[in-house]
Design a protein around this ligand. Sequence first.
Ligand code: NAI
Length: 487
Amino acid sequence: SRNGIDFAVADLGLAEFGRKEIRLAEHEMPGLMELRREYAEARPLHGARIAGSLHMTVQTAVLIETLVSLGAQVRWVSCNIFSTQDHAAAATVVGPHGTPEEPKGVPVFAWKGETLQEYWWCTEQLFTFTDENGNTVGPNMILDDGGDATLLVHKGVEFETNGAVPTVDDDDLSVSEEYRIILELLRRSLAEDPKRWTRIAAGIRGVTEETTTGVHRLYQLAEQGKLLFPAINVNDSVTKSKFDNKYGIRHSLIDGLNRATDVLIGGKVAVVCGYGDVGKGSAEALAGQGARVIVTEADPICALQALLEGYQVARLDDVVGQADIVITATGNKDIVTVDHMKRMKHQAILGNVGHFDNEIDMAGLARVPGIRKINIKPQVDEWIFPDGHSILVLSEGRLMNLGNATGHPSFVMSNSFANQTIAQIELFTKHEEYNNDVYRLPKILDEKVARIHVQALGGELTKLTKEQAEYIGVDVEGPFKPEHYRY
Ligand code: NAI
């Protein structure tokens, strides 16, 4: 704690560099800057205490400072152990008007290369705001990416309701190290304050969720009737998933590959597992570099799309031995097994861009008898099998576009984060109008976000005449498409 701000970052001395990059990013994030201008006087987030769990990058710093300029109090953590940019974290703590000696920004708990234990300690720090009287209070909003902050609250409430945290067998391999850490955290919390999470949950007006995987978790909770507060699915704003997931990864996937390995991508065989929005951007980026791309898919519609783009569609089992690069982008588990890894070429590269690390069986890899791991540099490991051949695993199987590079660029994140900001305003100011269910933003707001970015890129929109609008059954000002339109 310094100058009344508690924080845990790598080095506040990096703040000046962070601030320079934030300044450049602001120009590339017209959506956020427009919202700052629009709401400068109204400050609709005044009174909001936002607990944010989303990759602590330069772009996120611009989001955080937008929320603050709209009146919110904010606490922040990264949603991945490798995704923090330490200079961005430092600059966010220091704030635009502070110094490392006298920070005036936001409490951030994030650094690149956290242990899982540290990650969950950080996440717990999200829930300790201080009110005007110096009392510790919970947040009243969550801004989540992948759903870990939301998960902690829901698990906390579940165990408090049951009056106990389940015990798990020490050598039960089906329970991950991470889940054990969560159980331990909540066991301690339950012993100290048996109603802590129940109180916190009661104070939360809603959550806005950034990514496919987090949204999936929310719909599951809602279906089981277990969702404790309303949620806005930001991912499925068109200006989010059809841009960030696709064009963002098209930029940051090969950035990660290049920074990690610098291998020539042209001419190589690259397998992309999953051809949803992220898979589409991944395949395009690899093909753009001249790789021969093979796609694996379960969904025939996505498989057909891949085929018509000119990619081979095959099963990983059948092609894993040909691959120079394997990228997982499914949001599903158990995609690349130990058996697959054993069959990969010498020095084949394996990376994941799906939200969680369970796409690749890293725990199983570590258990292969006689396996050795050589760390080449941070977030790049060579795993050598007993037969002498090796594979290169990026970011220990976690989001390699953030672990090995710096994630998506500012302009695309401006779209995502404009949706986030609008969703926060919506739930914070109108929470009584929402049930404990999952909602999407109205299309007119999606179009608003797009319009700002079209203008920033110098695009000129055609204005429909009244007659034309009537003829196709829309309003001159939009929305221009029915709800079922898929883009
Ligand atoms: P999506 O649902 O559009 O696509 C996933 C695809 O994987 C689906 O088409 C599905 O049929 C396919 N799939 C599922 N199981 C499979 C299997 N066993 N084998 C082959 N294909 C399989 O989801 P989206 O938006 O593409 O997101 C994918 C993951 O990436 C999610 O975890 C999401 O949270 C994450 N994400 C990561 C980003 C990053 O910066 N790295 C950015 C945005 C999302």
